[in-house]
Ligand binder design. Structure first.
Ligand code: FCB
Length: 482
């Protein structure tokens, strides 16, 4: 069974029959059990154990212990009526050290998880890479072979091998796959701003990482197609930046162009059009030699056709040119690092779209989601998934143990309405994956930021559905919004 339905008749408030009502999670954010079954450290294990990198010194060592409690978590999903679940596979769990044969014990965990989902009528969607690169591909052990993480071309080939192993093991029961989650974050937060693992701050390496993530995606699509049945649905999940100008002044429109180039078109160009746009190459030519970086045949490899485009959307971005002599505001929502995640566009100024903020200080504006869905629909014509959308708020547990989170419900209602608007305007949206099922390890913010519709008590690991979970269950039951 796939998450997509060819039947596009509209029902309640614009959601077609077969629309996937899901939630999304990622391995390092929930699994824990970091040394179980031969798993080796990922770059996130190393980063989170480096003092000062993650709030409160939090790590994913235990996380939600989903590795042992997955049956309880699938039962929660079934109780909510979810029809689909997007999870990620931990690369160092299924292929420790990032090379060589698969670890059967690691694969068994995902086989059992998927079987449990299927037994409850929940369609699995597997993401191959949600940021947990095996550490040994970033820095090899002394005397080991060359590594260097995503700035190194070899990592793209390692990724494709891993994709093939995962597909061979799970392809009989998972038919929808996403290659990369938000490669922008991997490249530019990981190697540019340094606020994500591995914490490097070199703009040239960030651009090299971007190209090798693109190449890894294309090679993985090839490996997946070779291992999976013909009906398999392949996707990528991009956090496309909905970039708006502060004013219509030409300098501000130019700032939009630059952020759109290095934030969005650096992925959609090669993946969906088989090219890097000339303006992007020019903006960054002083940082990397693109002719040496992009080998002959790369763009054909990267642009192998996919079936679905996944969009992760949280908030819009407002930009302007910086005025000479003015302090540069970088309120781009991506942490307080001093290095920029915008190579070649470091002087662009970022502004909040409005003051209606989540606990991440991300402005709430659902129109960005409909704009993005429609823009992608018009430009590429591909079926779309909202592969992530959700919000962190300062939830509190009431004396009776319940968690009432009306702000999250309002956020979700507004954004589902925006999805319905996009569908009404012609976008072929096949599913919505709410971020996230459970409160979890929110990367550099640790456990401070709660995105779940299910509350997790981090002392006892007890899970409690919040009022937003009950609301979402009602939406799913009714097949849409009232
Ligand atoms: C996205 C990530 C996801 C989570 C949400 C809040 O960028 O893909 O893991 O951190 O943001």
């Amino acid at each position: 069974m796939t998450v997509v339905s060819p039947d596009n008749r509209r029902t309640r408030r614009g959601f077609p029959p077969g629309f996937a009502w899901g939630t999304a999670t990622a391995a390092y954010q929930i699994e824990g059990a970091v040394t179980e079954g031969g798993r080796t450290p990922s770059i996130w294990d190393t980063f989170s154990h480096t003092p000062g990198k993650v709030a409160n010194g939090d790590t994913g060592d235990i996380a939600l212990d989903h590795y042992r409690r997955f049956r309880e978590d699938v039962r929660l999903m079934a109780d909510l009526g979810l029809t689909s679940y997007r999870f990620s596979i931990s690369w160092p769990r299924v292929q420790p050290t990032g090379r060589g044969p698969a670890a059967e014990r690691g694969l068994d965990f995902y086989r059992e998880l998927v079987d449990e989902l299927l037994a409850h009528g929940i369609t699995p969607v597997a993401t191959l890479y949600h940021w947990d690169l095996p550490q040994e591909l970033e820095t090899p052990p002394i005397g080991g072979s060359a590594a260097g993480g995503w700035p190194s071309r070899d990592t793209a080939y390692r990724f494709a091998d891993y994709a093939g192993l995962a597909a061979e093991a799970l392809g009989d029961r998972v038919s929808t796959w996403t290659t990369l989650n938000e490669p922008w974050c991997s490249a530019f937060l990981g190697y540019g701003a340094g606020v994500h693992a591995p914490g490097r701050t070199d703009p040239a390496d960030a651009l090299r990482a971007a190209h090798h993530l693109n190449l890894g995606h294309g090679l993985a699509v090839g490996a997946l197609r070779a291992a999976l049945p013909a009906a398999a649905q392949l996707a990528v999940s991009l956090n496309l930046h909905v970039v708006r100008p502060l004013s219509e002044r030409p300098e501000d429109l130019e700032a939009v162009r630059r952020i759109d180039a290095v934030g969005n078109r650096i992925w959609t160009g090669p993946m969906l059009k088989g090219r890097y746009d000339e303006d992007l190459l020019q903006d960054t030519a002083h940082l990397v030699d693109w002719d040496a970086l992009v080998h002959e045949g790369d763009l054909a490899e990267i642009s192998r056709p996919i079936d679905l485009l996944g969009l992760n959307y949280y908030n819009p971005t407002v930009v302007s040119a910086s005025a000479p002599g003015q302090a540069l505001p970088r309120d781009d929502g991506h942490g307080g690092g001093t290095a920029s995640p915008w190579p070649g566009a470091e002087d662009v100024a970022f502004h909040r779209a409005n003051d209606d903020l989540t606990a991440m200080d991300w402005p709430i504006d659902p129109t960005g989601l409909s704009d993005c869905l429609l823009a992608m629909h018009r430009e590429f014509g591909l079926p779309l998934l909202v592969s992530e959308n959700g919000a962190a708020f300062h939830d509190t547990v009431a004396p009776d143990g319940s968690v009432h989170d009306p702000e999250r419900t309002a956020y979700l209602r507004g954004h589902l309405d925006a999805v319905a608007d996009a569908i009404a305007a012609g976008a072929d949206v096949r599913g919505y994956y709410l971020w996230s099922l459970l409160d979890n390890f929110e990367w550099a913010y640790g456990y401070d930021k709660r995105f779940g519709i299910v509350h997790v008590d981090y002392d006892t690991l007890v899970r409690t559905p919040k009022s937003s979970a009950h609301w979402y269950a009602g939406v799913i039951r009714r097949g849409g919004l009232d």
